[in-house]
Design a protein around this ligand. Structure first.
Ligand SMILES: [Zn+2]
Length: 344
């Protein structure tokens, strides 16, 4: 019997199969119920008692080896099987469903593109910020209402030092502060990003929205430079007939400050419900950077001056596409999103 086992061990060692049918035949020959190894197992009771141990060990070795060898051959065939035989190359292809860019991304990219052509770089910063960068360095008084719980989302309140409060940024001006801290003029950046405010969600307000802010600081920058850049932007964005007007306003971080209107791009300035019959729609806030802000960020306000502006991407998108409900932007309704398939 031991000779038979040794012979099978030799055989198993050299097993070859060129296809899965041959492999199956080998499996039946050696490992099936009526196979060679099971036959030996059945004969095992006739082995003399003093040889049982040695023969038994060898027999188990044979069984293990046969199983291993056949499993290895099987794996080899599976690796070679590319499934090509199952593909019907004559069949009509499935239509590929193309996604669409989100309207806010479309408009954001367009804004970035316009300012990039005017030499602005993109700056990014964290959405979870400290009070120092969102308010203090931007000249917000300690008791400014924007710091109130009703306007700002607080992550962590520091009872001893208001500037160490951790909050969700309520405007992207915090990125301007970080840029000024890290670089000396000339600085020319735009900061696109998401901002958060503690507002009840309705068709015209949301607890998060998107802004693009711009900042230019150098020697001898004046309000005229600001006005020209904003006029160019408005005409690139809404058409070459677009007019702008600036109205005096107030922001803590700019002096003087202004809000900019453009001639209503829906009625062309003649008056419609969208512009409340005035012919003008407000699109952004701007102004000359307050010297206090420059000094707080380590820039000499006696040498340098600069302007800043900021706009809501949702607002610009509404003007371009007349989306009447802000909530549409965050509801992921594919019927709404598919309307922008033609835009790039
Ligand atoms: Zn109008």
């Amino acid at each position: 019997m031991i000779e038979k086992i040794e012979q099978l061990l030799q055989e198993v060692d050299h097993l070859q199969a060129s296809n899965t049918e041959e492999l199956e035949a080998l499996r039946i020959k050696y490992l099936s119920k009526k196979g060679a190894i099971n036959a030996l197992m059945a004969d095992f009771r006739h082995v003399p008692a003093d040889q049982k141990k040695a023969v038994g060990m060898r027999l188990n070795e044979l069984k293990d080896k046969a199983q291993e060898k056949i499993a290895a051959l099987k794996e080899q065939f599976e690796a070679q099987d590319t499934g090509l035989d199952d593909i019907d190359l004559t069949r009509t292809a499935y239509p590929v469903g193309l996604g669409t860019r989100h309207p806010l991304s479309i408009v954001k990219n367009e804004i970035i593109d316009i300012f990039a052509r005017m030499g602005f770089n993109i700056a990014n910063g964290p959405e979870v910020e400290d009070d120092l960068h969102v308010y203090t360095k931007l000249n917000f008084a300690a008791d400014h209402p924007a710091r109130d719980m009703q306007d700002t989302f607080f992550v962590n309140v520091n009872p001893n030092d208001v500037t160490k409060n951790i909050i969700l940024r309520s405007h992207t001006s915090s990125v301007q502060v970080r840029t000024m801290e890290q670089a000396q003029p000339p600085i020319r950046v735009i900061c696109p990003g998401r901002v958060y405010r503690n507002e009840a969600i309705s068709y015209r307000a949301h607890c998060f929205f998107h802004q693009v802010e711009g900042l230019y600081i150098d020697k001898g920058v004046t309000f005229t430079d600001l006005k020209q850049v904003l006029l160019l932007f408005a005409q690139e964005m809404f058409g070459s007939d677009t007019k702008i007007r600036l109205r005096p306003s107030y922001f803590p971080f700019t002096e003087p400050s202004a809000e900019m209107d453009i001639s209503c791009n829906i009625c062309g300035g003649t008056g419609c419900p969208f512009c409340k019959q005035t012919g003008w729609v407000e699109i952004l806030g701007c102004g000359m950077v307050d010297p206090n802000v420059l000094e707080a960020c380590g820039i000499d306000s006696n040498v340098y001056s600069g302007y800043a502006f900021g706009m809501g991407i949702e607002r610009i998108t509404n003007l371009k596409y007349q989306v009447k409900d802000l909530r549409m932007f965050s509801e992921n309704d594919t019927r709404f999103l598919r309307e922008f398939e033609a835009a790039y």
